[in-house]
Design a binder for this molecule. Structure first.
Ligand code: AMP
Length: 366
């Protein structure tokens, strides 16, 4: 192994680990995964330990540095592993991102605008929070919500009881409804040498809570907005002592950017970087956690898109026949709502990009 390359242990063995490995092998890195079954997307891409819970002894023996795929990774597990080997992103990034209330408290502390919010633990507290925040509002579980799950949009006071019964009986956060024009995200990377790099803001389009496609860079973003997003990310990276990729999801409103949530990991809205940027988010994550210099985040073309392949594989042969389309399949079986892969499209103009997207309508919600 060359002097910079590391053996990287990954908690989880899904598509994010798979794409990390695919980008890390050219740098000389090796990979070991702790996953739940030999059918998982990363299983054939390195050493694999199968178990319901991660075998820490095995992982520590197989890794120089450890990372994870999900913000639902146990903080206790990371704490324990970090006593013996470096684990990146650090415990603090994981701890904060696991809880919407903690995320928003950090946004407040760093003066990053976010929706007004109240954390509630009973129906009575929820009624009080509605009085404070007003309606419409979005009620969310503080933990374990993803892809729009564990959410209830409250439009009128008569729905409070129904909302509590649907997702309540646990800690929730009530957020003011943000009237946004677009949903954006920004991905940043920091290494231990304190280098910071930022990808351009991208636009994300969701359907039924699931990301369907990303346009990169987001169009009509003036320099000051990109700079603002980078400034927010810089504060977050430094405060968390973050190492690796960090993603911030934002709403674009006529009053400026409003933070929604962070993810301490490579992110679906960054998959376009695989062919679309000089260095992909996966390679930059591997570089960051291995102590390597970070790579350029510059886009390689005017505009790109990433379309998620959800539920069914779709017409792969058609994608393969398109000169500027790149197919990425995760080796997962078809199931409703499951992310099976994605397609990256590159173009020299917005018109050319939308022409390609139109040709792939099978992959998009009607
Ligand atoms: P989240 O799980 O927080 O990413 O929310 C899922 C989706 O719900 C977001 O992508 C938005 O489309 C929508 N959403 C979440 N929070 C709000 C909010 N406070 N106001 C308006 N829409 C929201």
């Amino acid at each position: 192994m060359n002097s910079l390359a590391k053996k990287i242990g990954v908690i989880g063995a899904g598509q994010l680990g798979r794409m990390m490995a695919l980008s890390g092998y050219p740098l000389g890195c090796k990979f070991a995964f702790c996953g739940g079954s030999t059918d998982e997307p990363s299983a054939l891409l390195g050493d694999m330990h199968v178990g319901e819970i991660c075998d820490t002894k095995w992982l520590l023996e197989h890794a120089d540095v450890i990372t994870y795929e999900s913000e639902n990774t146990s903080v206790e597990l990371v704490k324990g592993l970090a006593k013996t080997k470096p684990v990146f992103p650090p415990e603090k990034s994981l701890y904060v991102s696991q809880h919407r209330g903690r995320e928003k408290a950090l946004f407040d502390e760093l003066e990053i605008p976010c929706a007004p919010y109240e954390v509630v633990s009973s129906l009575e507290e929820l009624k009080q929070a509605v009085d404070l925040i007003g309606l419409p509002a979005v009620l969310k579980t503080t933990t374990e919500g993803y892809d729009g799950k564990g959410q209830f949009v409250l439009k009128e006071a008569a729905q409070i009881g129904e909302a509590w019964n649907t997702i309540g009986n646990r800690e929730l956060v009530l957020e003011g409804f943000v009237e946004f024009d677009r949903e954006l995200s920004i991905i940043a990377v920091r290494n231990e040498q304190n280098e910071h790099v930022f990808y351009p803001l991208v636009q994300n389009v969701h359907h039924e809570g699931i990301l369907r496609y990303t346009i990169a860079p987001a169009q009509q973003i003036i320099d000051s907005v990109q700079e603002m997003a980078e400034a927010y990310m810089g504060k977050l990276l430094d405060e968390l002592g973050h190492v690796g990729v960090l993603t911030l999801e934002l709403f674009e409103t006529n009053g400026g950017l409003v933070a929604n949530e962070i993810a301490p990991r490579v992110h679906n809205s960054g998959h376009w970087t695989m062919e679309g940027a000089e260095t992909s988010q996966f390679e930059n994550h591997v570089r960051a956690i291995s102590g390597m210099p970070l790579g350029s985040t510059k886009p390689r073309q005017t505009i790109a898109a990433m379309i998620n392949i959800i539920g069914e594989e779709g017409p792969s042969a058609k994608v393969l026949s398109m000169p500027k389309a790149h197919l990425h399949l995760y080796d997962k079986s078809e199931r409703v709502g499951r992310k099976l892969g994605h397609i990256n499209l590159l173009a020299d103009s917005e018109d050319e990009l939308y022409e390609q997207i139109k040709g792939l309508s099978e992959y998009l919600p009607s």
